[in-house]
Write a protein that binds this ligand. Structure first.
Ligand SMILES: *Cc1c(COP(=O)(O)O)cnc(C)c1O
Length: 406
């Protein structure tokens, strides 16, 4: 066995299937919103493991939940239920529109469960023809064949044909297009309240309200994909709570486990009861270890203090980014909600978000991109004022370097 300091970035290219192109450094330790690499270099973490590490790194609440449960029971399969999963389900049901929850291990799986349920609902209430799914251009719903086809970015699906049929993609935020696309044959509309991977693009309120209206009118299930926006990310527990629009199905993952893999599909009794025993399943979904961690995360995040802090940090981010923009004019727009923010590069920097991300890491800052033109920030929900301050100072230096090298 090699010791850790013999592992290098080169080993990734040697041993890993090349579907990722990870950074040149390897993180080995994290605490709060700081991460250290193999060489001991420190980074401020504005990436949050892609909107996942809701309590940052090594938070005692999560560490305790994990280690306590690890001593008791890790996994029993769904042949038996378990206490942590039922506690987590109760928490989700008590705090959202939902009456019932299905647990799985990722966002894609949560959407897979939702889309399959919608097809089943369509079959039951409308017959064989009611199977059409309406989705949106530039959306992202995961990487299984069904969810990658539901997603509105053909580059992720086109090489894997034949794709599942009956999915149509229309323009996001285009109510007229939605009105004509949603028909008696539609079984589901799947939408992100804020398109995350697609560039941190918020849906307008009228758009979501219109989708709700058309779905109700045509008997289609409205699915909110809150895999990225859920569990406090926007400063509300779920983003739908800001909109006055209630979906029929909601999917949650990413921040829900704070770094431990878990996904959930939430729905009402009415729709939940259209699935029966054996219709869908999973070996790991809702296992005690994942559920205990998620429950600790959920209870910690779902407080006025934490949600208010998310809103306060949002303001600090916007102020800081606008300050940087005043002297550099590099951004077209700063957008997003809570701690899901996008800084859109001006057109003269088209396609260069990745280059800026790499320069940021040289200055000790982890950020994300959302497409080729948007820098995305999705840090821990509990990131401190001081950490945001320090990260923005590093980001300002990175922007300067980016411009100098342009
Ligand atoms: C990340 C993401 C997914 C996929 O989640 P995985 O856990 O990677 O399968 C689905 N939908 C949205 C909106 C996401 O941001």
């Amino acid at each position: 066995m090699q010791s850790q300091d013999q592992i290098t970035r080169q080993n990734f290219d040697d041993w890993m299937v090349p579907v990722f192109s990870p950074a040149a450094f390897i993180p080995v330790r994290g605490e709060g919103s700081r991460v250290w690499d193999q060489q001991g270099k420190e980074y401020i973490d504005f990436a949050g493991g892609i909107a996942v590490n809701s309590l940052g790194h090594a938070h005692p609440v999560v560490v305790d939940a994990l280690t306590e449960q690890a001593k008791k029971l890790w996994h029993v399969s769904n042949i038996y239920t378990n206490e942590p999963v039922l506690r987590l389900a109760k928490n989700l049901v008590d705090n959202t529109f939902a009456d019932k929850v299905f647990f799985c291990n990722s966002g894609a799986e949560a959407n897979e469960a939702a889309l399959k349920l919608a097809r089943k609902v369509g079959l039951k209430i409308g017959g064989e023809h009611k199977n059409q799914i309406v989705s949106f251009k530039n959306s992202f719903h995961g990487r299984t064949l069904f969810t990658v086809t539901a997603g509105g970015q053909p580059k992720y699906s086109q090489d894997f044909a034949p794709l599942p049929k009956g999915i149509e993609h229309i323009e996001y935020n285009d109510l007229a297009a939605a009105k004509s696309a949603i028909t008696e044959n539609t079984c589901a509309v799947i939408v992100e309240p804020i398109q995350g991977e697609g560039g941190v693009v918020p849906a307008s309120l009228e758009f979501l309200q219109g989708l709700r209206e058309y779905c109700t009118e045509k008997g289609a299930v409205l699915i909110f994909d809150e895999v990225q926006t859920g569990v406090g990310r926007t400063g509300s527990l779920y983003a739908y709570m800001n909109t006055g629009v209630t979906p029929d199905i909601l999917t949650s993952a990413k921040a829900l486990g704070g770094g431990f893999p878990i996904g959930a599909m939430l729905t009402t009794d009415h729709f939940a009861n259209m699935y029966s025993v054996g219709d869908h399943g999973t070996t790991y979904g809702g296992n005690p270890l994942a559920s205990a961690v998620a429950n600790a995360v959920f209870e910690f995040v779902n407080t006025d203090t934490v949600l208010q802090d998310v809103k306060n940090r949002h303001k600090q981010f916007v102020r800081g980014l606008e300050e940087i923009n005043k002297s550099t004019s590099i951004f077209e727009e700063i957008r997003g909600q809570g701690l899901l923010l996008g800084a859109v590069l001006k057109s003269e920097f088209t396609g260069q978000a990745g280059r800026l991300m790499n320069i940021a890491s040289e200055f000790g800052l982890l950020v994300l991109v959302a497409g080729p033109n948007v820098i995305r920030f999705a840090p821990a929900l509990v990131i401190s004022e001081e950490e945001v301050e320090e990260g923005l100072i590093r980001f300002a230096k990175a922007v300067q370097q980016f411009l100098n090298a342009s």
